[in-house]
Design a protein around this ligand. Structure first.
Ligand code: EPZ
Length: 422
């Protein structure tokens, strides 16, 4: 029985100092499967040492690939010995993005069987657009007995029109198209930084991907993809979470190793709140002087305000002067964390996809439960700014996407630790 843990935070310390952000989770979970498309070994650096990465190492090994992984150093993937195209339920359920193995295996060997991803706390999260993309490339796609099965005698490049902007759908079609015969054009493509990072990794293997970062991506399939050495970009959402935590504790923090241009939507909102944000080419400094003003947030696809930062941001807004309104346009149920933050004294009303947060003078520590990864980040921010002790239960959700988060926050002066619950 895995041991149960809880995180304990004694709030009220202003975070001060410098912290280095880790490599991106959402880029890592796309780039690691992409290495299966190569015909030679690839080495990837700057990968975050998080549960999602560990799960992918196990999945690639179960497929037969040779993986050498030194956490916080490098991962070398030699896909040549991989014979299997199946990822079972026990493996696939460990991370949501296991569905990228569909595109990678389809591109590598023309077939894939991967256990269907479950819904989760933020919505049903169907993958109909992913399957529509595979079918456009000539694959048969069906769901049988909880397994997604895709196969194609020959993948042929084609036009793919997504009904809505989908990060996962865009990534999965890029993976399948990299070795298809002919050219694939993805219309209405997602433009997130990790889409561009995946395109750069594929091109470093000799793929021909153009237009990543715009809403039209062209992929000219290649027969052979050579090995590559690549370092993934820093984590946009961890950077944003640390910026929000610095502001929430009225601290003064420099976040190093980040890409400030990826943070512009959040930076604009923090400035609107009266928070001081300044940046250089690879660092952002967040300071707070005086009261925070309430602001309105509407989550959008990149480069709009990221839905993944909506949750930590909602914690920060609980003590802003005035009433803030958050509209969540991407997922249908991404407010579960607000029930927990209410237990800490926040004044919040939710109607459908709109949360109205009326600023209160102070939050107070309380026992709270994590419901999903970014909800956990929101509870950490709330705990850091609350008076007294906050106990966060189910902290393992947080380990999926934040590398060594307690150590990073402790290095900035936070009183945060984890203990086993008998
Ligand atoms: C990715 O999820 C991220 N996950 C999410 O981050 C992030 O919130 C999301 O993109 C939006 O930025 C990874 O990258 C591993 P979508 P994804 O496909 O790809 C609907 C985190 O905390 N949709 O862009 O699943 C879908 O239900 C996670 O790191 C369909 O209807 O997001 C959602 O409402 C949480 N059919 C919307 O589109 C489909 O086939 C956007 O989803 C695909 C998506």
């Amino acid at each position: 029985m895995p041991k149960k843990e809880r995180m304990l935070i004694t709030g009220g310390n202003a975070l001060e100092g410098e912290v280095r952000v880790s490599g991106g989770k959402n880029t890592a979970v796309a780039v690691i499967p992409a290495a299966l498309l190569a015909d030679e070994p690839c080495t990837i650096e700057n990968l975050p040492d998080i549960e999602d990465v560990h799960a992918l190492v196990d999945i690639l090994r179960s497929l037969g690939a040779k993986v050498t992984y030194v956490p916080d150093e490098f991962m070398t993937i030699d896909p040549r010995p991989a014979e299997s195209h199946k990822v079972g339920f026990q493996q696939a359920r460990r991370l949501r993005a296991s569905y990228y193995l569909l595109g990678a295996l389809l591109g590598r060997c023309g077939r894939a069987m991967v256990a269907a991803p479950g819904g989760c706390e933020i919505g049903s999260r169907p993958i109909d657009q992913h399957l529509k993309g595979f079918q456009a490339l000539g694959a048969e796609a069906e769901e049988r007995g909880g397994m997604i099965i895709v196969e194609a005698d020959e993948l042929r490049g084609s036009d793919v029109f997504f009904d809505m902007v989908t990060v996962g759908g865009t990534i999965n079609v890029m993976l399948a198209a990299a070795k298809a015969k002919g050219t694939t054009v993805i219309y209405n493509a997602a433009k997130e930084p990790h889409i561009v990072d995946l395109a750069n990794f594929l091109n470093s293997m000799g793929a021909k991907v153009k237009g990543a970062g715009t809403d039209v991506i062209r992929i000219r399939g290649q027969q052979y993809l050579h090995g590559a050495n690549y370092a993934v970009i820093p984590d946009q959402i961890e950077t944003g979470t640390l910026m929000i935590a610095a502001a929430a504790t009225r601290g003064d923090v420099i976040i190093r190793g980040c890409i400030p241009t990826h943070m512009e939507a959040l930076t604009a909102k923090l400035l609107e709140m009266g928070i001081k944000v300044s940046d250089s080419d690879d660092a952002i400094r967040v300071r707070t002087l005086g009261a925070h003003r309430a602001v309105n947030i509407k989550t959008q696809v990149y480069p709009g305000f990221p839905t993944d930062l909506q949750q930590p941001m909602s914690a920060l807004l609980t003590t802003a002067r005035g009433t803030s309104v958050i509209t969540e346009t991407i997922f249908e149920q991404r407010f579960k964390h607000l029930d927990e933050i209410r237990r800490m004294g926040a004044r919040i009303r939710v109607v459908d996809r709109v949360a109205m947060i009326e600023g209160v003078p102070q939050l107070y520590g309380a026992p709270v439960t994590t419901t999903d990864l970014r909800a956990g980040a929101a509870l950490i921010v709330a705990g850091l700014m609350a008076r007294g002790v906050t106990e966060i239960y189910e902290p393992e959700y947080i380990d999926r996407g934040y590398e060594h988060i307690e150590e990073k926050l402790r290095s900035l002066g936070a009183e945060i630790r984890r203990e086993t619950i008998e």
